[in-house]
Design a protein around this ligand. Sequence first.
Ligand code: ZN
Length: 434
Amino acid sequence: MPSQRADHAFLPRGWAADHTVPVAAGGSDAVAWRLTGLPNLHSHAFQRAMAGLAERQSHPEDSFWTWRELMYRFAGRITPEALHAIASQLYVEMLEAGYTSVCEFHYLHHQPDGRPYDDAAEMSNALIAAARDTGLRLTLLPVLYMSGGFDGRPLSERQRRFGHTLEAYQALLSALRARAGDTLAVGIALHSLRAVPEGPMRELLDDVGDTPMPIHIHIAEQIGEVQDCLALRGARPVEWLLDHAPVDARWTLVHATHLEPSEVRGIVASGATVALCPTTEANLGDGLFPLRDYLQAGGHWGIGSDSHVSVSPVEELRWLEYGQRLVTRRRNIAVSATQSSTGELLYAQALQGGLRACGQPGAADDFIVLDAQAPALAGATRDDLLDRWVFAGNRSLVQETHVAGQRLVSGGRHRDRDAVAAGYVRAMRTLLAS
Ligand code: ZN
């Protein structure tokens, strides 16, 4: 098998020199800058198709909750064929931007009227096929979604595509887990505390027991959710979860935006990872994660592109830092006693946390190559490479992307970019006309 030598390779443990790895035939055999690729910890693929379509004011008090109504209307029109076309386009964009794996938090399970498809895994199959066709490593997290609020109210008409009984969910989960393989992992997702009542949550988690698998949950994204949880369960969401579920290193808490200091300490002590989605959290007006306190406490974290208003790991990392700078009126927040480079600390921690949370043992072997000829990297050294990419570079610096021994992106282009884009355009025309 041919190999590729890198002058400088950024690995999960840090920089290495003269690093050689086996690669697929037909590409460069020596490069300057190679980086282990970042996992994308949170994605709802279908939302890629509505990116940019929710930026007109519909109500003077527009918020997450008014956006959610629009998202529900959009979700109601997505067919399995459309989902395959949208996810394929999204996954090509992720690979070209430097993500090498994705955790799909998948709740769009059923037909628009709420009845399961003949194959209950039809929509999951569309995502699996899109990942297989484009080469992106997939952690599929079928979502358990049972109620429309903390009070246990039934799902609304627009939420019917998402819902399962616990038995039906467990059947879907075991069918999907039987298909896991080299580049497909399957774990579970609890939509949120408001959508999963305590009894079924306990039953599912008892059933899972110690089985090693990723367990993801949306939590504490919105103030309204914190208030409802306090009113109906007598505790804040993260506080309640840590008290009522066996949260450990398998768990990923998505957003965890609104935290008290004791909750920050509790997450860190549990060993869970937090999935931060800065561009989506900004787009939806969610609030700001207490990054400084969390880093100081030694917490694990990674990034996700969530609603896909941006598909760029460097933009997520940049905005994670910029949000903190804007409120603290200071610079270089994400640093430590041993790491003064903000870009390198952000990339290294997002990589380490991402690898813990994605449940993909092979993901540490996936990598990207940056364009050493790009003006943005002129005269780059190991000390400044990641600062340059995160703060002053963009996806155009990604020259090659390799996943599981396949070269998927060369010269900055995915091997099937044009065909996938044509399929996406057809699917969007149909969607927008329906
Ligand atoms: Zn989400």
